[in-house]
Write a protein that binds this ligand. Structure first.
Ligand SMILES: Nc1ncnc2c1ncn2[C@@H]1O[C@H](COP(=O)(O)OP(=O)(O)OP(=O)(O)O)[C@@H](O)[C@H]1O
Length: 370
């Protein structure tokens, strides 16, 4: 999706948040969220994702900086004065109220005329396919259904932005997968901007239009799931999102355009780089397990490529995953498509293999001494 024509809906402008006067959680953070997108704040526990969400919701006050919604400054407005709603991890449904009353609650508080409330509640419940359960109490619903009610309650007063804080983490694996799809479909249907917080990289990749990767209160990379996965800008992002193998390499000489002959533990590989590389410099080369290929070699044979021994084999249905102990001491992960007709699938533990990869799929990262 192109954002060149899209309007910024939420803007954080040099926002800082400190607790107790000195502990700075968010330091001078600026970011833009576009109208109608599904954006995910992704990062390890404690990196400040929830804090950013609570600042946007108005549940925390900025220590410095400004927050704008639709071009209007909302920095000092209370939560109820912002056109923003939050779905919390715990759902926070009122246990003594029916599903209908839970969803109607916000409209009644906002003094919406009673005649208008009913069609809107029914509409919201239909949207999450729970209109048949309007008279039930929350404890008569499954976790997934409670989650949907929480969403219906949050969208019934048509907020511009819906904030979702780890909203799927309480669900079991299968239900979470199903809710990921439903939530994405619902977001498209409603056209409301969703800001989703998770530490689950798989969830972020499968649901988001755009991911903001956070680390220690900073956004370290922004991009589509494909961009973040395929061209991580740092070792941190590469390792946080998906499995990765990192090779230390030395740049020997230029080859064809954007390709360099590189030395990886004494073996020579061509490496693709977007940016010009300095000859003689050290780099890290990132390769995902699915980029790598294994070639069989005789037990006493050598290869022009890195060699090692298969130490683990896991059949995953679609793929055959291996752990290889390279002769240089490094351990790498390889994920190959499983092909029953391929006689090589019987690769056994202890087998000697050479490692190659799909040309030009390398991602060059700055060398970090490892
Ligand atoms: N009220 C508070 N007072 C002091 N420190 C706080 C407060 N709330 C959060 N923090 C601290 O701010 C940091 C960021 O917390 P935050 O909840 O935003 O992280 P997170 O990325 O959402 O983590 P998680 O995924 O574990 O929820 C943490 O170190 C936390 O201890």
């Amino acid at each position: 999706m192109s954002h060149s024509t899209q309007e910024t809906l939420v803007r954080l402008d040099s926002v800082t948040k400190s607790y107790d006067g000195d502990r700075t959680i968010i330091d001078n953070l600026s970011l833009a969220i576009y109208d109608g997108e599904f954006v995910t704040l992704l990062g390890p526990s404690g990196c400040g994702k929830t804090t950013v969400l609570r600042l946007i919701a108005g549940l925390e006050e900025c220590s410095a900086g400004r927050i704008l919604l639709g071009g209007q400054e909302i920095t000092h407005l209370g939560p109820e004065q912002r056109n923003v709603n939050t779905v919390f991890q715990s759902y926070a449904l009122f246990p003594h109220m029916t599903v209908y009353d839970n969803v109607a609650f916000g409209l009644r508080t906002a003094k919406v005329p009673e005649g208008e409330i009913k069609p809107r509640v029914i509409e919201a419940l239909k949207m999450v396919q729970l209109d048949a359960m309007a008279s039930r109490k929350p404890d008569q619903l499954s976790g997934g259904q409670q989650q949907r009610i929480a969403i219906a309650r949050a969208v019934v007063n048509r907020p511009k932005v819906l904030l979702l804080d780890e909203s799927l983490s309480a669900l079991d694996y299968k239900l979470r997968k199903q809710m990921q799809i439903e939530l994405k479909q619902l977001q498209r249907k409603l056209g409301i901007t969703f800001i989703f917080v998770t530490h689950d990289q798989e969830e972020a990749l499968s649901m988001s239009d755009r991911i903001l990767v956070m680390r220690e209160g900073e956004v370290v990379q922004t991009g589509t799931p494909k961009e973040i996965y395929e061209t991580p800008a740092s070792r941190f992002v590469a390792e946080f999102i998906g499995e990765s193998n990192l090779f230390a390499a030395e740049v020997l000489e230029p080859m064809k355009e954007r390709h360099y002959r590189c030395d990886i533990s004494g073996k020579i590989y061509p490496v693709y780089s977007e940016k010009p590389l300095q000859l003689g410099s050290k780099i890290n080369v990132l390769l995902r397990p699915e980029d790598l290929r294994l070639e069989e070699i005789p037990a006493d044979g050598d290869s022009e490529f890195l060699t090692g021994t298969v130490t683990e084999r896991t059949y995953k249905g679609m793929t055959l995953d291996s752990v290889i102990a390279l002769d240089n001491g490094q351990q790498i992960q390889v994920s190959e498509f499983f092909n029953e007709d391929d006689p090589d699938v019987d690769h056994s533990l202890g087998q000697r293999v050479a490692v190659t990869w799909v040309p030009s799929w390398e991602v060059v990262l700055p060398y970090d001494g490892q």
